[in-house]
Ligand binder design. Structure first.
Ligand SMILES: Nc1ncnc2c1ncn2[C@@H]1O[C@H](COP(=O)(O)OP(=O)(O)O)[C@@H](O)[C@H]1O
Ligand code: SF4
Ligand SMILES: [Mg+2]
Length: 353
């Protein structure tokens, strides 16, 4: 396979809190290849955002990267200077966050912010050229009347329009990687679908690889090529999107599907995972999922031995001692338009409907 664009290896991130040391990310490894969409999924608190913040060099006190490496285009971002990281953020790596209101500057017009993003990373671009490009970008992401909208403030935009503006800003400098952290979580369901389709169009147009972070497997099914499932700061399963949905080999992944309304509607009963994620101050020994696991049935090995990720198929790995007991136990639910192979094509025009 070609050289990965991003290779995270054995990443460990901890936070020093009043109650003790929180291991938010525990020896996480995954790769992102040029142009692909990697979905990072797991319940809230599983370490998805902290992983992304690490790549962007945004882990601040009381947190620190305690180990591992983050190689991006051949260089280790852990040793990059703050100046280099400022060039990476918003330049080579575009960012989209859950809440555009905190990412956009409330006292600057949307257009001025896109112009600023462009000129920060493309020093030779004239003001006039940047303005023209900003209007083009707003039009590309489906903001109507982009000339007028250029001069408006974020609070004059609706939630969905603000998220479009943030996507415009994220792709402004033709990033090779986009990190989208819960990009649709704050939006109405109908707007969510539109913004997801737009994100796919923008990503394909720019040819950017994408790390798509979400707690929602439905979003993963729509957009991801590959899936990395996280639980309690660790990767518990990874594989391509079709394999993950048709032949999952970790009970946590199966559990996430059981709590997915879209898929459950089509026949399977809705079964949320019992219990809640563990405290990362003092996670359970052995397999961290064992107190909630219906496959384990209290087996001793689950309580004492930490499972490591092992290959269970081509480019498919699971961190479950008893993964083979899930072989052939497909959750039996179809995947709605899973992944990148969307026969309908998902054109820009459709994305804006
Ligand atoms: N600033 C912080 N201080 C202390 N702990 C933190 C901080 N940020 C994150 N954490 C810890 O890291 C865990 C993972 O957080 P996060 O990556 O935001 O989860 P996710 O994005 O998967 O919902 C949290 O459950 C929390 O314990
Ligand atoms: S190792 Fe045991 S507790 Fe962990 S997921 Fe597998 S069966 Fe469940
Ligand atoms: Mg998060």
């Amino acid at each position: 396979m070609a050289e990965p664009l991003l290779a995270i290896e054995d990443l460990a991130v901890e936070f020093r809190t009043e109650d003790g040391l929180v291991r938010a990310v525990d020896r996480v490894s995954y790769e992102v290849h040029p142009g692909e969409v990697v979905g990072l999924v797991g319940e809230s608190g599983s370490g998805k955002s902290v992983t992304a913040m690490s790549v962007l060099g945004l882990i601040r006190q009381p947190g620190r990267i305690a180990g591992g490496s983050i190689r991006f285009r051949g260089r280790d971002l852990r040793t990059a200077s703050e100046r280099e990281m400022r060039a990476v953020r918003g330049g080579e790596i575009g960012m989209i966050f859950q809440d555009p209101m905190t990412a956009l500057n409330p006292v600057m017009t949307v257009g001025a912010q896109i112009v600023e993003a462009l000129r920060l990373h493309q020093r030779r671009m004239s003001g006039a050229a940047a303005r023209k490009r900003a209007v083009e970008l707003l039009s590309l992401v489906g903001v109507p009347n982009p000339d007028t909208r250029f001069g408006q403030y974020p609070h004059e935009y609706s939630g969905g329009m603000r998220q479009r503006a943030m996507i415009a800003m994220a792709i402004a400098n033709d990033p090779v990687l986009i990190i989208a952290d819960e990009p649709t979580t704050a939006l109405d369901v109908t707007i969510q679908a539109q913004v997801l389709r737009l994100l796919r169009t923008a990503q394909r147009e720019a040819g950017s690889a994408t790390i798509l972070i979400t707690h929602d497997l439905g979003v993963i099914a729509e957009l991801a090529d590959r899936v990395v499932v996280m639980y309690a700061g660790r990767v518990v399963e990874h594989g391509d999107v079709h394999t993950i949905f048709s032949a999952p080999r970790h009970p946590y992944t199966v559990g996430l599907m059981g709590s997915l309304p879209n898929l459950a509607e089509q026949g399977a009963p809705l079964r949320p995972i019992p219990g809640s994620p563990p405290s990362l101050l003092d996670p359970p020994g052995g397999c961290p999922f064992h107190p909630r696991c219906t496959l384990s049935q209290g087996r001793q090995r689950c309580r004492v031995e930490r499972p490591t990720l092992i290959a269970v198929g081509a480019a498919h790995a699971s961190a479950c001692h008893f993964h083979d007991e899930l072989a052939g136990v497909a959750p039996g639910v179809p995947v709605p338009g899973a992944g990148a192979t969307d026969p309908a094509g998902g054109t820009e025009a459709e994305a804006l409907r």
